[in-house]
Design a protein around this ligand. Structure first.
Ligand code: FAD
Length: 437
């Protein structure tokens, strides 16, 4: 077999994007995937959860139909059909990735890859040789000591994305993003939920003020949140989702004896591992297990493997959480900004004061813009309608070190949600027009 320029292990967001970028640069590329193209993100993560949340959000909204002048008194949700729709969405996206890989002339080998040594991967009886190797094997749900995911009492996020009758009660161990996503879904389905979080607060890494508001919203939805609480599985009754984090997938790469950083593979900012010619990206290495981090790291690894010199930084990683209303955030939280700078400035704008939010019936939440003493925007946090989309504009501001004035004086189309971001920036300058500063 002809030697490849680059072999990539794992066809999730980190791997398939690295493959496409390397092919764009003219490399001969092979991608090895043991399961389905798209990895966790498309098959068991970002997309399936959002496809289900689209249904539960609509279901919740239909229950308020009367307030929009619509009679819909016989609303019902069929979880089987919701899951079927989710499966269709996933199937189409996986097909799309297959199409992209073929059009980019990337060879795809389905099977479990085992790295024998740098530049040599074994897949069953086949041995693939390459000049460079990018590892993108991702991660799997972590469990508690002594507890196995049995698909009955103890479940992981993968299990709850397949059809099973709606449980009357669901314990969720871990109040991180994944746990709160499932609390959102199952509370809409009428399940009684208790979230157990060992840390003093849920949603680690999210601005404290936003977390406070989310807890109020969850309480209203009858989600019981117990923080600072270690769950005792022996006392559990009903079904329990364990969402305490994810473990990097190291099986198949042991022979390389790579330097590690806690449970992850160590890489430098160029995505190089401790072994020359071997790169690693995504959940396998990441300090932030997010699909867009994997994408960006995949691009950088591919470019560097082909002679580039790009670096990855965790300084400006936006994220979205699909609670209802949503959360979108980028940059420093208020606490982090106070720790870093002597004087910070904060501007806020509530959605209740925004025309479009009133028209759409989505008035809950607010936007918060944080700047340093020189008015440089260092963080933006949104709880409210379309927050996960709105954060895109804020990301441009934080990434490019824009000043509050630049955001405040970029006037937006009316009536739209981004007007709220402009108003929050104006509020930093005490110049908001639709609230009293
Ligand atoms: P993965 O997507 O895990 O892909 C790794 C691939 O490698 C897999 O396909 C696996 O089969 C394959 N593989 C592993 N070992 C081998 C081997 N030896 N040989 C061949 N193939 C192998 N992120 C967001 O940014 N936004 C979200 O809204 C979001 N929601 C999520 C919701 C849930 C429930 C979960 C679980 C995750 C969510 N994520 C989200 C995280 C996101 O899915 C991951 O960060 C992303 O998929 C990581 O990409 P990756 O390429 O590193 O790994």
């Amino acid at each position: 077999m002809e030697k490849y320029d680059i072999a990539i292990l794992g066809g999730g967001p980190g791997g398939y994007i690295a493959a496409i970028r390397a092919a764009q640069l003219g490399a001969k590329v092979v991608l090895i995937e043991k399961d389905k193209l798209g990895g966790t993100c498309i098959n068991r993560g970002c997309i399936p959860t959002k496809a289900i949340i689209a249904c539960t959000n609509l279901y919740e909204k239909m229950q308020k139909a009367e307030s929009f002048g619509i009679s819909a008194n016989k609303t019902a949700i069929d979880l089987k059909k919701v899951i079927d729709r989710k499966n269709e969405v996933v199937k189409k996206l996986v097909k799309g990735i297959d199409f992209l890989l073929r059009k980019n002339k990337i060879d795809v080998i389905f099977g479990t890859g085992k790295v024998l040594e740098a530049g040599k991967v074994e897949i069953g009886k086949l041995i693939v040789e390459s000049r460079k190797l990018i590892l993108a094997t991702g991660s799997s749900p972590a469990s508690l000591p002594g507890i196995n995911f049995d698909k009955d009492n103890f479940l992981c996020s993968d299990d709850l994305l397949e059809y099973r009758p709606i449980p009357e009660k669901l314990n969720i161990i871990g109040g991180g993003v994944i746990g709160i996503h499932f609390a959102q879904i199952y509370s809409a389905l009428g399940t009684e939920i208790t979230v157990y979080e060992a840390l003093p607060e849920i949603l680690a890494g999210v601005d404290e003020e936003i977390v406070g508001e989310v807890k109020k919203i969850l309480k209203r939805k009858k989600v019981n949140v117990l923080t600072g609480t270690n769950f005792d599985p022996a006392k559990s009754s009903g079904k329990t989702l364990i969402s305490i984090g994810r473990t990097p997938n190291l099986i198949g790469i042991e022979a390389l004896n790579l330097k590690m950083e806690k449970r992850s593979v160590w890489v430098n900012e160029k995505m190089e591992t401790s072994v020359s010619g071997i790169y690693a990206v995504g959940d396998l290495v990441s300090k932030k297990m997010l699909a867009h981090v994997a994408y960006e790291q995949g691009v950088i690894a591919a470019e560097n493997a082909l002679g580039g010199s790009r670096t990855f930084s965790y300084d400006c990683v936006p994220f979205g959480i699909y609670t209802h209303p949503e959360i979108g955030a980028v940059g420093m939280t208020e606490k982090e900004a106070r720790e870093k700078y002597q004087n910070i400035k904060i501007g806020k704008f509530p959605f209740i004061a925004l025309g479009i939010a009133k028209a759409m019936g989505e008035i809950e939440g607010f936007i918060k813009v944080i700047s340093d003493e020189n008015n440089r925007i260092v963080g933006v946090h949104i709880l409210g309608p379309e927050a996960t989309d709105q954060i895109g504009m804020a990301t441009i501001a934080v990434k490019n070190g824009l000043k509050v004035e630049q955001l405040a004086e970029t006037f937006q189309s009316h009536p739209t949600y981004p007007e709220g971001l402009q108003e929050a920036a104006l509020n930093v300058l005490k110049r908001s027009l639709h609230i009293i500063n």
